[in-house]
Design a binder for this molecule. Structure first.
Ligand code: GUN
Length: 286
């Protein structure tokens, strides 16, 4: 039976450490890290995530600047806002919640955010820096996975990591961080041949697909580490991961629940990147 990795608890510890660091920065350097959060439109899940991010900022003592724009906002107004935030010295991090409405091209928006305030790590400059192993801001969700593993003492070095999913937000940056940590990495996706065999070959499985319980416990190798990035809403309103937890925990050595595993870490890493950005601006070591 697997040990469960309590992401909520680990994220709570990280957030408490950040709160203390933010207090120290304010008292000794008179600086307050600031995060601007931009949401366009009414997507209910996005609104929930954005509210959680704002609350987390408040608890940590980070200033949050909230910009809620209607779904029919023209692209140029959003670009103007981003230019203003880029120039605002009180803002150390800028996050534009995705997905954006169809009429606004995501790529144009992400390229407009200053790479030095891109706490999501989505700007092509930061994607490139990540791929050469020197990210300014590691993307929050995959970075959270690395921190979870570190926290429970699992070193990916020389292990076979299978990432299922190739999104720009999770799958691809996850593969880059695992490579930087000296893992052997396979990225599987919907067109991969024989997914069960690929999953069975994993020492560490990272599931980031967004399909409820699509990976059954029978696919998991005995003793593997299972990291479930998926947070899927079922018709009854409840949440579940990409992995069938009940059957997988019988075979895995370690497993993250969903919810309560990777999700809370994403927010903790966002706060961590914001504090890092503020320290960089003030010439402090990060
Ligand atoms: N939408 C889903 N996940 C994320 C994320 O990590 N950052 C942003 N900006 N939007 C998202």
């Amino acid at each position: 039976m697997a040990s469960v990795i309590d992401g909520k608890k680990i994220a709570g510890e990280i957030r408490e450490n950040l709160r203390q660091e933010v207090t120290w920065l304010r008292e000794t350097h008179g600086m307050v890290p600031g995060l601007a959060v931009v949401i366009v439109g009414e997507d209910p899940a996005s609104r929930v995530y954005v509210r959680m991010k704002r609350q987390a900022c408040e608890t940590a003592g980070i200033a949050s600047f909230h910009h809620e724009l209607p779904g029919d906002t023209p692209q140029n107004l959003l670009l103007e806002l981003i230019h203003r935030l880029n120039a605002d010295p009180a803002v150390h991090g800028i996050l534009v919640q995705l997905p954006l409405p169809d009429h606004i091209p995501e790529r144009v928006i992400l390229e407009t955010i200053s790479p030095y305030k891109d706490v999501d790590g989505f700007h092509p400059f930061n994607v490139g820096m990540l791929s050469i192993g020197e990210p300014l801001f590691p993307p929050c969700t995959p970075f959270g996975v690395m921190m979870l593993l570190r926290h429970v003492g699992i070193d990916p070095k020389s292990r076979h990591v299978v990432v299922v999913g190739r999104s720009n937000i999770v799958g691809k940056p996850m593969a880059m961080l695992m490579l930087a940590a000296h893992a052997t990495v396979t990225v599987a996706h919907s067109r991969s041949h024989d997914l069960p065999a690929l999953v069975r070959s994993a020492d560490i499985l990272v599931a980031a697909v967004g399909k409820p319980r699509m990976i059954p416990g029978e696919w998991i190798r005995e003793g593997a580490v299972v990291i479930d990035v998926g947070t899927n809403r079922l018709p009854d309103g409840s949440l579940c991961g990409d992995v069938d937890f009940a059957s997988a925990e019988k075979r895995a050595s370690w497993i993250t629940p969903s919810p309560g595993g990777v999700g809370p870490m994403t927010i903790a890493m966002l706060l961590s990147n914001t504090v890092k950005s503020a320290k960089r601006v003030h010439g402090l070591p990060t």
